[in-house]
Design a protein around this ligand. Structure first.
Ligand code: TYC
Length: 101
C-alpha cells in the first residue's frame, strides 16, 4: 500500500446500506365517499379515526397525501389491498407507492 492510498478515517465504521422505505400515497378522486376513505385508512393502515380524517382531507384538498412509509413489499401490498377495497365497492379509490428520497 503506497502513502497515497485512501484509508478509512480511524474510528469510521463500515455501514451497511438500509433498503429505502416506500411511501404509500392516497390519491383524491371525485367519487369515493369521504367516510369510506376514512374506513379504509383505519382498517388497512391502522390509523386512528382523527388522523385518518386529516389524511383524507389533505388528499381531498391538495390532490394527494402520504399515508405512511414501509419497506417496499409491505407498502405495495397495503396499497394494493386498500385500492381493491375501493374497487369492490365500485369506487375509483387509488393508493400508489414511491420510494422515499
Ligand atoms: N373527494 C372525495 C369526495 O369529495 C373524497 C375523497 C378524499 C376521495 C380523498 C379520495 O383520496 C381521496 N367524495
Amino acid at each position: 500500500m503506497s502513502d497515497t492510498d485512501i484509508k478509512p478515517r480511524p474510528g469510521t465504521k463500515p455501514r451497511t446500506q438500509r433498503p429505502k422505505l416506500h411511501k404509500v400515497i392516497l390519491v383524491n378522486d371525485d367519487f369515493t365517499p369521504r367516510e369510506f376513505v376514512v374506513k379504509v385508512l383505519m382498517g388497512e393502515f391502522r390509523i386512528a379515526e382523527a388522523q385518518a380524517h386529516k389524511v383524507m382531507m389533505t388528499a381531498h384538498q391538495k390532490g394527494s397525501c402520504v399515508v405512511s412509509v414501509y419497506p417496499q413489499d409491505v407498502a405495495e401490498t397495503k396499497a394494493a389491498r386498500a385500492t381493491e377495497a375501493g374497487q369492490q365497492k365500485g369506487y375509483p379509490l387509488l393508493f400508489t407507492t414511491e420510494p422515499e428520497e
